[in-house]
Ligand binder design. Sequence first.
Ligand code: SDX
Length: 424
Amino acid sequence: MDSAKLTLNGKEYDLPVLVGSEQEVAIDITQLRAQTGAITLDDGYGNTGSCKSAITFIDGDKGILRYRGYPIEELANKSSFIEVAYLLIYGELPTVDQLDQFKHDLTHHSLLPEDMKKMFEGFTSSAHPMGVLSSMVASLSTFYPETDYKQEANLNIIRLISKIKTIAAFSYKKSLGQPYIYPRNDLSYTGDLLHMMFAVPSEKYDFSPVIEDALDKLLILHADHEQNCSTSTVRMAGSSHANVYATISAGVGALWGPLHGGANQEVIEMLELIANDNMDYKKYISQAKDKNSGFKLMGFGHRVYKNFDPRAQILKGASDRVLHELGINDPLLEVAKNLERVALEDPYFIERKLYPNVDFYSGIIYKALGIPTNMFTVMFAIGRLPGWLAHWKELRDNPALRINRPRQVYTGHTRRVYTPVENR
Ligand code: SDX
């Protein structure tokens, strides 16, 4: 495919075309303004590629999601979160030695600087854990000031992946008014997170392998998703060469939004609302179709997936299995399944290609694992951190990196004369 032709004001321009490794076609407009004086406008960036990336591939029509070429279904069933984190960040599945070293490094960087405990004390017990997380991640930059990207990138990656679970667990304990439980070096990454969240001093905490495996699978499924809102935010902040802690903190902030990672908390609150309203899911389906209701079916719809979100399919199966293995009968699962069944038969949802996304079933599993609703998006952030770091590393390792600086179409006042306040 050679080029695209653009005719503007009677003049014809040739625009280069590039084709990705999965045959996606892009018109390269890097020189458009220099050639034509015009820019493009794409509200919400639904048609705009912000970069070239080799990390994750999504085919929204076919419901395909692959990390570095490996299908999400295989990784979710056969890999581990730490192995997937290594794959996303360094591009290849680790050897035994590489994986052992990665695990060793992650284990031995999980402590927080003790001074950070004073910062936790500054938050009220009702502080939302995402607010604590974004603050604490940014504050790591004051303990580990970045001086040389190349020298320090890998150590900062280890520090963040290792410490994010300690920050999350400490913020949870703080909300309970319980003492912090320190990391243990004899536990797996996921096991240590569970231990720090749920153990209490002077009591041995045993978690079932079912819970550890389910949480590890959830983290894998959330690990990356190409140029989603929070990852694009990380790329935006990282393009200014901001330090990695400030950059990731920006991603945490973007993820918190209810239209993005905050949806998993909203889904459970929506399911509880319906369950408490005589399980009247049809009433809420009608509300979701009514523009004036201001109600959305949270956990439904996606900018890219227009058939099904493969992660939602995996999580639907996993929610059945985990609740059965834990002997939990959660009525919210029935509400969710009924909502999905009725919505997928309804022309409103069919016409708009609205299907369950990753957030629709994840909360049911988090809830079964004993994780409180306001920690759901923190779990999403822990899972998404390797993806954010992979994209940050990919952009920082790019010698041709330019700071992101989009243009705009100005629609405000044209030039006007200032009048002193007494004359207005
Ligand atoms: C994540 O980008 C990623 O990859 C994100 C993510 C990741 O892994 O990083 O996959 C994680 O953020 C998943 C999405 C979680 N958010 C939600 O579940 C919130 C509910 N969903 C919607 O807000 C919405 O579907 C979005 C935000 C997910 C997508 O928004 P778009 O692509 O901008 O679509 P839109 O809002 O323009 O909707 C198109 C139409 C509209 O109707 P019309 O104006 O055409 O009549 O569909 C309707 C919308 O009103 N619609 C919904 C709906 N979602 C879209 N109607 C009811 N309920 C919904 N959930």
